[in-house]
Write a protein that binds this ligand. Structure first.
Ligand code: MLC
Ligand code: AMP
Length: 492
């Protein structure tokens, strides 16, 4: 059975949630009560899908681990999503129970009633008497994380207990996690960066996690200046925001924060390409040489610059322990020489099991047991460099992977939009910003503000186009497909 919670350091602080510290022994006790409550007299949840809607908190950790220990499949929901986005997750995964934090109950209650899914808070799933917990083999399904891709709707990537243990184990080893570590967690907890790299690695190692329901630069920087943390993990956008934030401060305040970062043992960047300029600015400001790594929901982390050794700007390093990597060129041949680009393919115990309820998508994403990432890479002097993606329909904005097709299909329901193409354009803060090129019906009018107002509540805020261009009609090729690359030039 997977037990991600370290059991050797019962008195260490596992979680800091607001003013309250929770030791490993206290968290373990909560998890056991929650697992027993979820079981409700049953011996095993038998992979029932249980979704939960909670910001970073001791309750989030309690429910995640409670579901795991009781033999269910945990489905963390995005606290900032819209009702229709939650509906897709609940319906497509066949969710049988939803657990929500008290403040989130009202926002999802109507949906749960409509779908006839029981909804409760942690208190509802709390047993006073502990039950025996099922023995779980590593092959058992443990979690579904919804991820956008080249299809319109996000797909549920299923990882097993064994996958999760492998994803954690490889990072704990590669980055030398220790029980003495302390890390802030401000990343969203419906993606692997926050769930695996930060929360689970720390809890596995016996380290302390400071839970923050959202990124609050001022509060975070005050704690950094106080030398609270030894490890820091973020997406490139957050490093850009920190650099900008420090420029608004006086020299004394900024240098205390920079010293706080300088005193840490590790600063990691990932989930999107870290521009060389950001790497260099961070080194200049803090003296920290960012460790950039590459991963994906379906595979956990695959490539990483070394913890000890040269960290090369613009590169994502080498395969992590137990991860096999192939580059495959357009003809389908495995690239054997350095310098030739190819699609990155991965074989590893960290690679997910399947897309939930979508065997076609699962089958087509593997070739001879290798998972096809859709990312194009090249090896130069022993270091991998990510060159881009094979699909223009995937956008990475602030570390979130967005499907252009999903945003297009929503925008096409706008009464004034006749044609639409959504694409990512280079942006200093977001890496890529979502842009929409539209052709309007009749003499309709539209501004970025009016489009944003219409999208509110229909799309998560970070999917809403930040740029808008209106054309008479969209350029199409002989097949009738919009020629997106030619639109990019209009937006730059
Ligand atoms: C917020 N906004 C974004 C955005 N995040 N816009 C585009 N892209 C994003 N990612 C917009 C909001 O809609 C809002 O717009 C405004 O910014 C302020 O919102 P906010 O919530 O206050 O922003 P902030 O807290 O600063 O959020 C930025 C962020 C967040 C970088 C902290 O986006 C984030 O946590 N990103 C990380 C995502 C992540 O963890 N990805 C990992 C996936 S796993 P307006 O107009 O309403 O003001 C993976 C595998 C791997 O990729 O390798 O790790
Ligand atoms: P997600 O599906 O949200 O897990 O996002 C995974 C994708 O993020 C990968 O397929 C890459 O395209 C991208 N990604 C993650 N890390 C990096 C990185 N260091 N450099 C470039 N792209 C990255």
């Amino acid at each position: 059975m997977l037990n991600v919670l370290n059991s050797e350091m019962p008195d260490n602080v596992a979680l800091v949630d607001g003013e309250r510290c929770w030791t490993y022994a206290e968290v373990e006790k909560r998890v056991l009560h929650c697992a027993s409550g979820l079981l409700g007299g049953r011996a095993d949840l038998e992979e029932a899908r249980i979704a939960f809607l909670m910001p970073a908190s001791v309750d989030y950790v309690t429910v995640l681990h409670g579901i795991w220990r009781a033999g269910g499949i945990a489905i963390p929901l995005n606290v900032a999503a819209t009702e229709s986005e939650w509906e897709h997750c609940l319906a497509s995964a066949g969710v049988t129970q939803v657990v929500a934090a008290e403040p989130q109950v009202a926002s999802i209650q109507g949906l749960c009633e409509r779908l006839s899914i029981p909804l409760g808070t942690v208190g509802h799933y709390w047993a006073d008497t502990l039950s025996p917990l099922p023995a779980l083999s590593p092959e058992r399904r443990a979690m579904i994380v919804f991820t956008s891709g080249t299809t319109s709707k996000p797909k549920g990537a299923v990882t097993t207990h064994g996958n999760i243990a492998a994803q954690i184990g490889t990072l704990v080893e590669a980055w030398s996690w220790e029980a003495e570590d302390t890390i802030p967690l401000f990343l969203p907890l419906h993606h692997v960066h926050g769930i695996i790299n930060v929360l689970s690695c720390a809890l596995w190692a016996g380290a302390s996690v400071h839970l923050m329901p959202k990124l609050d630069l001022q509060r975070l920087c005050a704690q950094v200046a106080d030398d609270t943390f030894s490890v820091f993990m973020a997406v490139p956008t957050i490093y850009v925001k920190l650099i900008d934030h420090m420029q608004t401060l006086g020299d004394d305040d900024a240098s205390l924060i920079c010293e706080g970062f300088a005193n840490m043992r590790l600063n990691v960047s990932g989930s999107a390409a870290c521009p060389v300029s950001v790497f260099e600015e961070w080194r200049h400001l803090t003296g920290q040489v960012l460790l950039e790594r590459y991963g994906m929901t379906e595979i956990g982390m695959a490539l990483s610059n070394p913890y000890r050794g040269e960290r090369r700007p613009g590169y994502v390093g080498q395969p992590l322990p137990d991860v096999a990597v192939q580059l495959v060129d357009e003809s389908g041949a495995v690239v054997t020489d350095g310098g030739t680009p190819g699609e990155i393919r991965i074989k590893s115990p960290t690679v997910f099991l399947e897309y939930w309820g979508n065997p076609e998508a699962t089958t087509s994403s593997f070739v001879e047991g290798w998972f096809c990432t859709g990312d194009i890479g090249v090896v130069e002097e022993g270091y991998y460099r990510i060159m881009g993606r094979s699909s223009v329909d995937i956008i990475k904005s602030g570390g979130y992977k967005l499907s252009a097709l999903e945003i297009e299909s929503k925008l096409l329901t706008h009464p004034d939009i006749a044609e639409v193409a959504v694409l990512g354009v280079e942006d200093r803060t977001w890496g890529e910003a979502v842009a929409a090129v539209v052709a309007l019906k009749g003499d309709a009018d539209m501004t970025p503000e009016s489009l944003k107002a219409w999208c509110d509540g229909k799309l998560s805020a970070y999917k809403i186009p930040k740029k808008l261009i209106i054309l008479e009609s969209l350029p199409r090729n002989a097949m009738g497909k919009v020629v997106k690359p030619s639109l990019k030039t209009l937006l730059e």
